[in-house]
Design a protein around this ligand. Structure first.
Ligand code: FAD
Length: 242
């Protein structure tokens, strides 16, 4: 077939912070309005220890609303199966994703990297994952590549026959990459991180799929740079969203 895009395979996900209005000071002024009224716009620099103490107290006692007066917009590229899990997070999130109706989807597919543990053990909800053998890694790469190539070829065949994109896309797999903007605030992000990362210091353990955790880790790293006191308090209090 002419001009058919060549399938490419990726093992990574990407997260770019495209815009933010999110600082620890935003938490402080929102919290202090309750006692100081409109005089509360004081900055962290004036009394850093007190500011850290107030953020810690809010986190510990789960006074959550002061953590909502901020905004972060991320541009995320990840497989569709990650977005399917991501979009379950309803509160404090806004999403816009590329369309399979209005544009032709490009053949970029997810292949687990060599460090992705392939074998699942244990009970539902508490699975542990262990390394796959070389043979299992080979089966995964070969089976996925063959399946991706075949489904993309079927997609293109339908497009070339004049079939609408929205109909033809039915054959594409959830390993296809998509992209979206996701906007949240620190409170909704903490709730997401508490569920989509696995950490030994978490008061409530979670067992997320590794690929959404890869997205969550990059988001957390970028958020921690914007709001270091809030992030430290989140860690200190067992990664429970306030
Ligand atoms: C490890 C793991 C495994 C999972 N497995 C499955 C699965 O097998 N099948 C499946 O369907 N889903 C599964 N999920 C998705 C899960 O059920 C949630 O949909 C997802 O984690 C989003 O959580 P949430 O509803 O708390 O978040 P949000 O939608 O962001 O909501 C945040 C909070 O707002 C409140 N809230 C939001 N909406 C309502 C409402 N309608 N009524 C009352 N309170 C509300 C709740 O307090 C909620 O915790 C899994 C999630 C994880 C982390």
């Amino acid at each position: 077939m002419s001009d058919e895009p060549v399938p490419t395979f990726r093992s990574d996900v990407t997260v770019e912070l495209v815009r933010s209005a999110a600082t620890d000071t935003d938490v402080l002024w929102a919290a202090r309005v309750s006692t100081k009224g409109e005089q509360s716009l004081e900055t962290i620099g004036q009394d850093p220890a007190r500011s850290a103490g107030l953020i810690n107290y809010l986190m510990r006692d789960r006074h959550g609303t002061p953590f909502e007066h901020n905004s972060m917009t991320f541009f995320i590229s990840a497989p569709i199966f990650v977005f399917r899990e991501f979009h379950r997070h309803r509160s404090g999130w806004s999403y816009n994703e590329e369309s399979g109706r209005y544009r032709e989807l490009q053949p970029v597919f997810y292949l687990p990297g060599a460090d992705r543990r392939l074998v699942q053990q244990g009970k539902p909800g508490r699975y542990e994952f262990v390394e796959g053998t070389a043979e299992q890694q080979k089966v995964v790469s070969e089976a996925m590549e063959a399946s991706y190539r075949a489904s993309y070829q079927a997609y293109r065949e339908m497009l070339e026959a004049g079939v609408a994109r929205e109909v033809a896309r039915a054959v594409l797999p959830v390993g296809l990459f998509s992209s979206m903007y996701a906007t949240c605030n620190a409170r909704s992000l903490m709730h997401f991180l508490s569920l989509r990362t696995k950490r030994d210091n978490a008061t409530v353990p979670s067992f997320p799929q590794r690929e959404i955790e890869m997205v969550a880790e990059q988001m957390e790293e970028q958020w921690a740079r914007l709001m270091p006191l809030t992030h430290a308090a989140f860690e200190e209090h067992g990664r429970v969203a306030p």
